[in-house]
Design a protein around this ligand. Structure first.
Ligand SMILES: [Zn+2]
Length: 233
């Protein structure tokens, strides 16, 4: 039996633990990061506020048009009511009506503009609302799925930790130190296998005698290139 067998088993367990922990970290971050929701909430609030403002502007514009129409009616009433006879006064009233009507046109143009702005902002607000609802609903689905996944991963982690305890029970302290050190230096992979006569981790080709050494039952054999422990059965 290869001297590296115990460490190879430990490596398999540790690699699975590493994978689970990486995934758990992603899940944790996803659950905590509500940037998308915040952005959607802010956009909707901004769109709504813009819409309210445009409605207010439209009402004001409508009131101004209405006020102007009343002014015109009143001036025309004086003009045609028969109570004013002085030609100069009548001429002035006529001028007033003409000028009031010209300004009415300007006010009506502004009213139309305000109406278009209000319509557009209402549409924008509706779109922002729909988007927010979409994000909220996606998020609750996603949160449920991720929470379930996280629970199941924690269970696997417990099982793997028990397995790990069983594996390290039979390992010599000195081998464990070598393993721990290599794990730190070699991005988590301390023990690797031989694949197509090469180190499976770094790809360095191994001579037949090196491959034979990896099968040694008495001592650990390290890849001459990356230094990882090579396991071969
Ligand atoms: Zn190697």
């Amino acid at each position: 039996m290869s001297a590296a067998l115990g460490l190879y088993r430990l490596q398999q367990v540790d690699s699975q633990i590493d994978q689970i922990q990486t995934r758990l970290k992603v899940i944790r971050e996803t659950l905590e990061n509500d940037l998308q929701l915040r952005t959607a909430t802010d956009s909707f609030a901004a769109a709504e506020s813009k819409h309210r403002e445009s409605e207010r502007a439209l009402k004001q514009s409508e009131a101004e048009v209405e006020k102007q129409r009343i002014k015109i009616e009143q001036t025309e009433a004086s003009l045609y009511g028969g109570s004013v006879h002085n030609p100069k006064e009548l001429q002035d009233l006529q001028k007033d009506v003409a000028s009031l009507k010209r300004y009415l046109e300007t006010l009506e143009e502004r009213e139309l503009e305000a109406m278009l702005i209000a319509e557009t902002s209402e549409k924008e607000s509706q779109i922002a609302k729909a988007h927010l609802e979409h994000v909220q609903s996606n998020r609750s689905d996603q949160n449920r799925d991720l929470t379930q996944e996280s629970e199941s991963l924690h269970k696997s982690l417990e099982r793997l930790n028990t397995e790990r305890q069983a594996v390290i029970k039979d390992l010599a302290q000195q081998k464990m130190s070598v393993y721990d050190q290599l794990r730190q230096q070699r991005r988590g992979i301390a023990v690797t296998t031989i694949s197509d006569a090469a180190c499976a981790a770094c790809g360095t080709t191994l001579t037949p005698s090196q491959q034979q050494n990896a099968r040694s039952t008495s001592q650990l054999f390290h890849c001459p290139s990356c230094g990882r422990i090579l396991y071969a059965n």
